[in-house]
Design a protein around this ligand. Structure first.
Ligand SMILES: *Cc1c(COP(=O)(O)O)cnc(C)c1O
Length: 391
């Protein structure tokens, strides 16, 4: 499962029998876990300042930006909130694309901040039509357009490049969440015209949960710095930026997790970012082909689909919750169902991080076994054969 268990000269000491195959958090490679276990450093001392600076520098090409990357001790939702908190004033309007659970989360946060939310409701599994976006954007002076990059509840990608074009010469900011996309899928913040991106450590970045990332464009900083915004403190990006300019974190950073991130980014750079992204394409394609051969239809119907999360309809007559439970009980393979209106109707797997073709073949074998046991008719071995062909 983990990268080190594939090195011929370093067999795992403990057998990896627990197969964490969620769309996050994901299994953390041993090299990252060992880095997390290093001694705690003085967070304002020379050693940590060095780690802090080089870790931020290594994050920039993954985000595709020359802007500072801010690192917080928080889960993904914390930086989602931070993004909106720093740009809206009460009563300002946000246009939020809702085609899954994470777009809805943004709406919920925005409402909690007393922003006015105009949702664009799109059937789950699909994405917003750019023509609709264009028309909607003309109806009001929106503070921001919010479009999730990688909607992990459906496996659909938001077209940020097109959205960036639409807001480019307007006062509207483009805000996105790439918690589950970053480091597994191409992301070009500056080139696409993304104004604020947030991400998390526990997905394709191969770290334990607990770090949130945020980067903002010059245009966004103009809004963040105005005096008329929301009251804020821990997540006040003006304060964050002041500390950043001194090479520090405002408050005590999650020293251990940042040391882990430093190691994870080294792993990505040693493999090469382009190779990492290509491997995500391969494993995702293989899993989807294997699943299709077993009668598991892909949930997403949009053209732009995720390479980091795979979502499948549960075959007629079967209960997705039971499939998830049985996979764990029998094979210790931990996958996800749906924690929303699709509960029982969908299963989801991560195809991100330190993951190989062999991991996908094992997933398919386990799923085939459990589906057959539940009475689903499928040709034996067809999933593995289809996946192997698709890689
Ligand atoms: C996993 C995920 C998150 C995570 O939020 P947490 O607060 O860390 O649970 C946010 N957005 C997306 C799109 C995700 O896939």
């Amino acid at each position: 499962m983990s990268a080190e268990s594939r090195l011929p000269n370093s067999p795992p000491v403990v057998a990896d029998t627990y197969r964490l195959r969620l769309p996050g958090p994901i299994a953390v490679p041993e090299r990252v876990r060992l880095a997390v276990a290093r001694p705690i450093l003085n967070h304002r001392g020379p050693e940590f300042r060095d780690i802090w600076a080089r870790t931020i520098a290594k994050m920039q090409p993954i985000i595709g930006t020359k802007q500072p990357v801010h690192i917080f001790a928080t889960s993904g939702t914390g930086v989602m909130e931070a993004a909106l908190l720093n740009i809206v004033a009460p009563g300002e309007r946000l246009l939020i694309v809702c085609n899954g659970q994470w777009g809805e989360r943004f709406s919920t946060i925005a409402k909690a901040l007393n922003a006015v939310v105009d949702p664009i409701d799109v059937p789950w599994g699909q994405t917003v039509d750019p023509a609709v976006l264009e028309i909607k954007l003309k109806t009001h002076d929106y503070r921001a357009l919010v479009l999730v990059h990688n909607e992990s509840s459906t496996g659909v990608i938001g077209d940020l490049k097109t959205a960036g074009q639409l807001v480019k010469n307007t006062p509207t900011l483009l805000v996105t969440d790439s918690v589950s996309g970053l480091a597994g899928m191409d992301f070009q913040m500056d080139a696409w015209g993304v104004d604020i991106v947030v991400a998390g450590s526990q997905k394709a970045l191969m770290c334990p949960p607990g770090l949130g990332f945020l980067a903002a464009s010059e245009k966004a900083w103009g809004v963040i710095r105005r005096d008329s915004g929301m009251p804020r403190f821990y997540f006040d990006l003006r304060r964050t930026r002041d500390a950043y300019d001194k090479g520090e974190s405002t408050f005590t950073p999650a020293v251990s997790l940042v040391q882990g991130l430093d190691a994870a980014l080294d792993m990505i750079n040693e493999e090469g970012l382009a190779n990492v992204l290509a491997r995500h394409v391969r494993v995702s394609r293989g899993l989807k082909a294997g699943a299709a051969a077993m009668g598991l239809a892909n949930f997403a119907t949009a053209k732009m689909q995720s390479n980091t999360v795979a979502c499948f309809h549960v075959p007629e007559g079967l209960d997705g919750t039971k499939i998830v439970r049985r996979l764990y009980d029998k094979h210790r393979t931990v996958i996800a169902g749906a924690r929303n209106r699709l509960q029982g109707k969908m299963i989801r797997l991560g195809t991100m991080g330190a993951i190989s073709e062999a991991d996908i073949l094992t997933d398919i074998l386990h799923i085939e076994d459990v589906l057959a046991e539940m009475g689903h008719k499928l040709p034996k071995g067809a999933g593995v054969a289809a996946a192997a062909k698709a890689f």
